[in-house]
Write a protein that binds this ligand. Structure first.
Ligand code: GAL
Length: 430
């Protein structure tokens, strides 16, 4: 009960701060995006890439772009909060107020197509793809994720993988452990660690999407790629016994989490693994950017990786893309930026820092570390599945309901209540 009140109060404070944040960002950057701000038209790039592990890639491409286009007034309008927790709300306010940023971070899939495209807020980019000769430069699966009714609406800058376990190599070596492949392996490894007093699985679900990610990876492992995809097309119901099995499995993992998981964000959780205070962390591979850029850890020396149980042939895809909103004053500048973003040059600057692989098929693998090279290879043959937690699988309204349900489930641990909420929320998925 106390927690519920706390959540409601936090939501109120958040809404209030977001309203302020929205005002601030406008007054700082001089009013309507694409409008005149006294120093010329501004190109406002809106994302949630701020701080630890998030902003290095963005800063590097913005600096390179500014060098190439000194005449364009680039403004980094990032709003902090993992997975767009705050940025998406600020964006929604601005779109509603007819004040879109020049371009904004949006996940390929439902978030783009059922969200901003369906609402008539985006311009198609087919001409840009033709001009740049891009139609065969991005994987077909990815172009499909950024297309609706035969038109392309955004440019993918990266491909992140969501079904990854990052682990502390020293802890694994010292305890004679092998990276788990199956659910049984995972349980055996985690139980052994628990007995030794080592936190098996770091979680930071202060923002509940981090728990949703763990759950979606369990769902994928239990259902397999076809039936996991079936959840989003209505072919498989949330009352399927395997969904319940996934919820039971998640519940059985709760004792493996660090006790303070609800007060940590994803970086704070990854840090536990980086510093040897927990053994494993299930996170998208932006965590790799955090390990290498911020904690200065060495790939495959300090930390290793494997896929989440039973998903080694699958790739939970998360793609960050940027498009052209309707109603801005400087579409040509935005197109100049998008042309740059889609170039191999920009992608090979951004992705080695971000932890992701390039969206383009012809990028230069030599620019990537061992993790990046292996992930590029895996992507070519894996079954591609859309992430729920990162907006690709289902519309935002459904995701919000799942995140809320997840938050309650982690605390109350009531599988039936959780499943009932999923089943009733799933009527939102046409
Ligand atoms: C995802 C996004 C990633 C990364 C992550 C954590 O939604 O696609 O690029 O930023 O959130 O904030």
């Amino acid at each position: 009960m106390k927690r519920k009140w706390l959540m409601a109060f936090t939501a109120l404070i958040l809404t209030f701060s977001l309203a302020l944040l929205g005002c601030n960002s406008d007054s700082k950057t001089g009013g309507k995006s694409g409008g005149k701000n006294g120093k010329g038209t501004k190109l406002e790039i809106f994302s949630w890439w701020t701080g630890a592990g998030e902003e290095d890639g963005l800063k590097a491409i913005l600096a390179d772009f500014k060098k190439k286009h000194p005449d364009i007034n680039v403004v980094n309008a990032a709003v902090a909060g993992g997975a767009g927790t705050n940025a998406k709300a600020v964006l929604a306010n601005r779109m509603q107020a007819g004040d879109p940023p020049s371009t904004f971070q949006v996940h390929g899939g439902a978030e783009l197509n059922d969200g901003w495209v369906a609402a008539g807020k985006m311009e198609p980019l087919d001409d840009l793809y033709d001009k740049e000769g891009w139609r065969d430069k991005f994987p077909k699966d990815l172009i499909d994720l950024v297309s609706k009714d035969g038109k392309i609406y955004s440019v993918p800058v990266d491909i992140h993988r969501g079904n990854v376990i990052f682990y502390n190599k020293k802890i694994f070596e010292e305890n004679g452990l092998q990276p788990p492949k199956t659910f049984d392996d995972f349980k055996a490894v985690a139980d052994k660690l628990l007995k030794k007093g080592i936190t098996p699985l770091a979680l930071g679900d202060k923002e509940p999407w981090a728990a949703t990610m763990v759950f979606e990876d369990i769902l994928l492992g239990k259902l397999g790629p076809d039936d996991y995809r079936g959840l989003w097309t209505g072919k498989v119901g949330f009352d399927d016994p395997r969904v319940k099995d996934a919820a039971e499995t998640f519940k059985s993992w709760i004792p493996y989490f660090n006790k303070d998981h609800s007060s940590r964000n994803w970086q704070d959780a990854a840090q536990l693994v980086g510093e040897g205070k927990a053994a494993m962390n299930i996170m998208g591979d932006w965590a790799k950017g955090y390990f290498t850029n911020d904690l200065k850890l060495k790939t495959n020396v300090d930390f290793g990786w494997t896929t989440t149980p039973n998903t080694s042939d699958d790739f939970m895809v998360i793609t960050d893309t940027f498009g052209l909103p309707k109603g801005i004053d400087n579409p040509d500048q935005v197109k100049t930026f998008l042309s740059y973003l889609g170039s191999t040059e920009a992608q090979d600057i951004f992705n080695p820092l971000k932890g992701s692989i390039p969206a383009r098929v012809d990028a230069d693998p030599s620019k990537y570390d061992e993790y990046g090279k292996q992930t590029m290879e895996d992507f070519k043959t894996a079954h591609i599945t859309p992430s729920l937690a990162h907006g690709s699988a289902a519309p935002e309204g459904f995701l919000t309901k799942v995140n809320n349900a997840m938050n309650i489930f982690v605390t109350q641990q009531n599988v039936d209540n959780f499943i009932n909420t999923l089943v009733s929320a799933s009527s939102d998925l046409k």
